[in-house]
Design a protein around this ligand. Structure first.
Ligand code: MG
Ligand code: ZN
Length: 216
């Protein structure tokens, strides 16, 4: 059995790392959000593997073929390389139970909030999930991270609009962007993070932040 000693930060893609362009697979429209480059550099310098975990139900919905995601991954790798960090992995779920393409219109364990992709990625990269983090912009990301045994940070940018909270969907901390999330991860002991997260959840009135529709 492989020894799981690496630490990772698992990252949602759309609305977390890059601008949320619904169902986009055009590499030319992929742009880092403010704070992403700074945050990724800090996490890379701290020794974390950087792995993207993305729901891509546009495949199941028939909006684009699965092969279109090859160019998306290539563009992501180039964007990471351009800021001096490595993209260790890009994992996506092409499924959706209500999809129109029969082979992808299934219930699966890899679509967030299920943790299948995180578990698969961790196994492939020798990652200790308990020493790792998930950063996302909606509570499905948080639930997937927690189900995989990771600590979690919600980018509170207003992309979550439903706020179905439960213990598994309560992030350990909130952050404005990846740069702030990286500061939380690199500066905090585990227990301190939980207290910090609870405090931030009480004080940050993010439910009133201007919402936008979340697409995946
Ligand atoms: Mg997202
Ligand atoms: Zn899936």
């Amino acid at each position: 059995m492989a020894i799981m000693t690496e630490r990772a930060v698992f990252l949602d893609k759309d609305g977390t790392l890059i601008e949320d362009v619904p169902y986009n697979v055009d590499p030319a429209l992929m742009r880092f959000l403010p704070g992403t480059a700074e945050g990724l550099r800090a996490l890379h310098a701290a020794g974390f593997r950087l792995i993207v975990i993305s729901n891509q139900s546009g495949v199941a919905r028939g909006y684009f073929p699965e092969a279109a995601l090859t160019a998306v991954e290539a563009r992501l790798r180039a964007m990471f390389a351009a800021i001096g960090v490595a993209l260790a992995g890009f994992y996506y779920c092409p499924h959706h139970p209500d999809g129109t393409v029969p082979e992808y219109a299934v219930s699966c364990v890899c679509r967030k909030p299920f943790p299948g992709l995180i578990v698969r990625a961790a196994r492939a990269h020798g990652i200790d999930r308990a020493q790792s983090w998930f950063i996302g912009d909606i509570l499905h990301d948080i639930e997937a991270g927690h189900r995989a045994g990771c600590q979690t940070i919600l980018i509170a940018n207003g992309n979550e609009t439903v706020w179905e909270l439960s213990p598994a969907r309560t992030p350990d901390a909130l952050a404005a962007d990846i740069a702030e999330a990286a500061r939380v991860i690199t500066s905090s002991r585990q227990s301190a993070v939980s207290e910090y997260g609870a405090f931030r959840l009480l004080t940050a009135d993010c439910r009133l932040s201007r919402g936008s529709v979340t697409h995946d």
